[in-house]
Design a protein around this ligand. Structure first.
Ligand SMILES: *[C@@H]1O[C@H](CO)[C@@H](O)[C@H](O)[C@H]1NC(C)=O
Ligand SMILES: *[C@@H]1O[C@H](CO)[C@@H](O)[C@H](O)[C@H]1NC(C)=O
Ligand SMILES: *[C@@H]1O[C@H](CO)[C@@H](O)[C@H](O)[C@H]1NC(C)=O
Length: 503
């Protein structure tokens, strides 16, 4: 073994074991060699084999019917050779047991596609190893899956395009290997990578990880692309035709750090793994949500990077630039990966409503720099959303247009009114607010800023609708901290086309 590889394995092992299971021993070299070495008893070899279970529609929790690539067993299990097939591939395992999400996904798939074959791939024995060993096992498990699919294809003329592999974490790369081993006979229909694993795969050649060559269509949902020491649990780079990055691929709502502290307080060290699991597993629950709530699919928007998305400038649906996350994704097959971004809420079905807010601030000649903290309230035909904070930007300069992303958890219908508050934060601003309540405006001598606003422009991502909101009388309003300003939807004739470039 090359020394570099060994060092890498020890390092990975240390990082992963230390956050996941503090009781696990550090890397055990003799264990690695025993796993890699041959000369096992037949019983040991049998236990290692990848197992396949055809799950029953009316009993998603039961193991289902065990089958192998032997055609007799495929017939025995009443595999429906004219129906679609889903194969669920789990990831690295600490417990050696299938996790709760497996039966939830099985059930959701059966609900969505009544006649489908839902197969759970059990490679627990090879997955419940130190992480680097489990990584080394992914290719072998991929080959086992490929040989089962090959048998279905040869003996029953089963079309490869009817197959959809769903792999979580390491299972995503297992699915990728399965797809690439089948390339000599054709391409499987679809692979969905649910937070494909990062360590051991990030930056690797396409042949050594999930990639767009592995199926006719590959999609991936990235939910935990952050970590310590430069190591991310989920892979950061795009690996699919369509790569979704909910909440920029990290910090999933409802899995936040404050929960982590609460978990640690109540559950000790395992509280940390709960939080890790929450974000990593969110990829699966987003997919399950898309199966169970098809009318409330989350929309995601193509964007070159999350900084641009955060400014709201990517909410476009022209030329396939937006897509539905999950089962009903539009299969846009491009030569290169596309990154799509979206916000989500903390609970199923997770959908939110995205808006781009554009504001052009005018300034007078004596402008001082402003350090605003602003929030808006949106009032629509179906509801209101109060005090949505705007992402902080360093300074607001006059005679510039600024763009922000805001989102709401509920459908507000068509927007009619927007209220903007410029929240005073510093001490003098608070004093100013108190003064402003007492003094009549405008006050010649001492306005703190010379910033004016006349209109707000909003683009709704979900409806692609653009609306403009005017100040009372459509005049330039001077902005003061601690004051709320109301803008009503303008009369159509008032709206000229916007020519400014936004910052
Ligand atoms: C390493 O693994 C082997 C086999 O599982 C075991 O016998 C040995 O005690 C382990 N060594 C350490 C240091 O944990
Ligand atoms: C097999 O699937 C097809 C749909 O592809 C369905 O029409 C048929 O009823 C299914 N057969 C059985 C025995 O469930
Ligand atoms: C903004 O434009 C107005 C009118 O054109 C001008 O009087 C003012 O000085 C400009 N402000 C800045 C900071 O350039």
């Amino acid at each position: 073994m090359k020394m570099g590889l060994l060092v890498e394995i020890v390092f990975l092992n240390f990082c992963l074991v230390s956050w996941s299971d503090p009781t696990a021993a550090l890397f055990n070299v003799s264990e690695l060699f025993s796993v890699l070495s041959i000369g096992k008893t037949p019983a040991e070899k049998a236990a290692e084999n990848t197992k396949f279970f055809l799950r029953l529609r009316n009993d998603p929790d039961a193991d289902g019917c065990t089958f192998t690539k032997d055609p007799a067993s495929i017939t025995f299990c009443s595999f429906n050779v004219t129906a679609k097939t889903f194969m669920i591939v789990h990831g690295w395992s600490m417990s050696g047991l299938l996790e709760m999400w497996v039966s939830r996904l099985v059930d959701a798939l059966h609900r969505k596609e009544k006649h489908s074959n839902v197969i759970v791939v059990d490679w627990l024995h090879r997955a419940q190893q130190h992480y680097p060993i489990a990584v080394a096992n992914t290719a072998r498990v991929g080959r086992d899956i490929a040989s089962l699919i090959e048998s279905l294809h040869k003996n029953f003329d089963y079309p490869l395009k009817h197959l959809h592999l769903l792999g979580y974490s390491l299972g995503a790369h297992v699915s990728g290997y399965a797809g690439s081993y089948l390339n000599s006979i054709g391409k499987i229909g679809r692979i969905t990578g649910m937070d494909p694993a990062g360590p051991g795969f990030e930056g690797k050649a396409e042949s050594e990880r999930l990639s767009i060559d592995d199926a006719e269509f590959v999609d991936a949902v990235h939910t935990f692309t952050r970590g310590s020491l430069g190591l991310s649990i989920g892979i950061q780079q795009p690996v699919a035709h369509t790569d979704f990055y909910p909440n920029n691929g990290h910090f999933q709502p409802g899995c936040d750090l404050s929960n982590a502290y609460r978990n640690v307080a109540t559950r000790g060290f395992f509280g940390i793994t709960e939080t890790v699991k929450c974000e990593h597993e969110r990829s699966i629950h987003l997919f399950i949500g898309s199966l169970l709530h098809e009318s409330q699919a989350s929309l995601a928007f193509q964007c070159s990077d999350h900084a641009r998305f955060d400014r709201g400038v990517c909410l476009s649906c022209t030329k396939n630039r937006c897509n539905r996350l999950g089962y009903d994704v539009a299969r846009v097959r491009t030569k290169r990966s596309n990154k799509l971004f979206l916000r989500t809420s903390a609970k199923m079905p997770f959908r939110v409503f995205h808006y781009q807010l554009k504001m052009h601030f005018f300034s007078g000649p004596n402008e001082e720099p402003a350090y605003p903290s602003m929030s808006i309230s949106l009032h629509g035909t179906r509801g209101d959303s109060h005090n949505v904070p705007l992402t902080r930007i360093e300074t607001i300069k006059g005679n510039h247009t600024y763009s922000f992303l805001v989102h709401t958890d509920t459908d507000l219908g068509e927007l009619r009114r927007v209220k903007l508050s410029w929240d005073g934060t510093s001490a003098w601003q608070n004093v100013w607010k108190q003064l402003s309540d007492l003094l009549p405006w405008p006050h010649e001598s001492s306005p703190p800023k010379n910033i004016f606003l006349r209109r707000l422009r909003i683009k709704a991502g979900e409806t692609q609708e653009r609306l403009t909101f005017c100040s009372p009388g459509d005049t330039k309003l001077q902005m003061y901290p601690g004051v709320e300003y109301t803008f009503e939807q303008c009369q159509r004739r008032q709206i000229p086309r916007l020519r400014h470039r936004y910052i």
